[in-house]
Design a binder for this molecule. Structure first.
Ligand SMILES: NC(=O)c1ccc[n+]([C@@H]2O[C@H](COP(=O)([O-])OP(=O)(O)OC[C@H]3O[C@@H](n4cnc5c(N)ncnc54)[C@H](O)[C@@H]3O)[C@@H](O)[C@H]2O)c1
Length: 407
């Protein structure tokens, strides 16, 4: 999948010898009578649900109901199939991603994942860790583009660690290349130089097709947003970045309506803190995207609010909150389900092209926050503390009471 390069000793500097790198409590949420407003289904999609571990089953149960209701109001019917993954799959069948789970995911229109992992499996060998299942499903679905929005909602602006005037109004999207670059490039491993010095090495390498396809996802994404794309690289130093910039610039000719700019990664890291509002959509390679998307998400200050989407060229996308399984609060009805609910909105928008249903969900989340309802992670004085289930029920109420004109 990832590109690799044939290197010779001259390219690498000192000569070296390469050694190869080596179901828990779920009260069904009450969906109120939406029958009057429900449109007869004209479209049907199959969704694979992967609840996973910890708070995963709690947030997925809530998001499923929201997806179902928002869909029904737009004439969409879903067939849900729940499959084991992560620690729960290890307990059930001894592997973190059973073949049946991957097969079901591949056959569906989209995949919604909760979270995986937990203390119980922390000491497992690498191939038997829940996290391995996550890498396997990304690889199995060939999802090479990771979309991570960072939006500072007006209701939560005080959760940001940045000054209010800097954080207010931030609404950006990081598009990260997910299956290439230095995390997968070869050669990689450990070796010894001709002077007997031990070394570790990796290779940053991108083939044209890898840059071109992520560029197209990014330009399309910018088009659906505010039409501005900033490509982040290190083209003043790295050949792989110079090549990245050349390909991104070439693909730009297919998108004359999108305004393209380029920025070096060190500057981008500073600008994200200094003036994040200047960004609309950012596209970058695997390693820079890993770092910048975490930095961008922290501008919002609340891990329980952040969704993500991973997309391939064809086939189902994978949609999941960016948080983990939060074993410290699992099973206590304390989890914030909004990141998963917003991941369901991304599933509708980027996975199925159902923008109206997606907007219904996004609006319902804002309405619920406007009412002052907060789970523990985003609670502040003067707001009302609710649990995962109640937050979900309030979002359902909001979805239900929207009139189509408001969407
Ligand atoms: N994509 C994934 O499934 C994923 C991502 C990250 C970590 N993990 C796994 O999750 C487990 C726990 O990892 P961690 O503690 O580093 O990260 P985490 O995201 O699970 O938790 C970090 C902190 O944030 C809180 N938190 C997270 N999500 C929340 C939510 N929705 N509502 C309220 N509070 C929330 C937790 O209670 C905890 O205090 C580990 O096994 C890790 O490998 C999985």
């Amino acid at each position: 999948m990832a590109a690799s390069v044939q290197l010779n000793a001259k390219l690498l500097g000192p000569a070296f010898i390469v050694k190869p790198a080596t179901k828990q409590f779920l009260k069904p949420a009450r969906i109120r009578c939406a029958a009057a407003a429900t449109a007869p289904p004209t479209k049907r999609y199959s969704i694979t649900l992967l609840p996973g571990d910890g708070i995963g089953p709690e947030v997925i149960a809530v998001a499923k109901n929201v997806l179902k209701l928002a869909g029904s109001l737009e004439g969409i019917e879903f067939a849900f199939q729940e499959m084991p993954m992560g620690g729960s799959a290890l307990d059930l069948v001894g592997v973190p991603l059973p073949e049946e789970t991957l097969a079901a995911a591949k056959q569906s229109d989209a995949v919604l994942l909760g979270a995986i992992g937990g203390y119980k499996w922390d000491k497992n060998e690498k191939h038997l860790k829940p996290e391995t299942g996550l890498l396997q499903i990304r690889e199995g679905l060939k999802v090479f583009a990771n979309l991570r929005p960072a939006t500072v909602l007006p209701q939560l602006v005080d959760s940001s660690t940045l000054k209010k005037e800097v954080a207010e109004g931030v609404d950006l999207m990081v598009v990260r290349e997910l299956t290439g670059g230095i995390y997968f490039g070869k050669p990689r491993g450990y070796g010894v130089t001709e002077h007997g010095e031990e070394i570790g090495f990796n290779t940053e390498v991108y083939a044209a097709y890898e840059v071109d396809r992520i560029a197209r996802v990014a330009f399309e994404t910018a088009r659906k947003r505010h039409g501005k794309l900033c490509s982040v690289d290190k083209a003043n130093v790295l050949e792989a970045s110079m090549f990245w910039r050349k390909r991104i610039t070439a693909i730009a000719s297919e998108y004359p309506d999108v305004e393209l700019s380029h920025m070096y990664v060190d500057n981008a890291a500073m600008q994200l803190i200094r003036n994040p509002k200047q960004f609309d959509t950012i596209v970058t390679n695997n390693i820079f995207g890993d770092i910048l998307s975490d930095e961008a998400s922290m501008i919002t200050g609340s891990i329980g609010m952040l969704p993500s989407a991973s997309l391939g060229e064809s086939g189902p996308g994978l949609f999941e909150p960016i948080h983990g399984s939060a074993p410290d609060i699992a099973g206590q009805d304390k989890a914030n389900p909004l990141a998963t609910i917003l991941s369901a909105a991304m599933l509708l928008k980027y996975g199925l092209g159902e923008e109206h249903a997606a907007k219904r969900i996004e609006k319902a989340v804002l309405d619920t926050l406007d009412k002052g309802l907060r789970t523990g992670d985003i609670y502040s004085a003067g707001t009302k503390l609710v649990g995962c289930q109640e937050m979900g029920e309030e979002v359902l109420k909001s979805v239900e009471t929207q009139v189509p004109a408001a969407v």
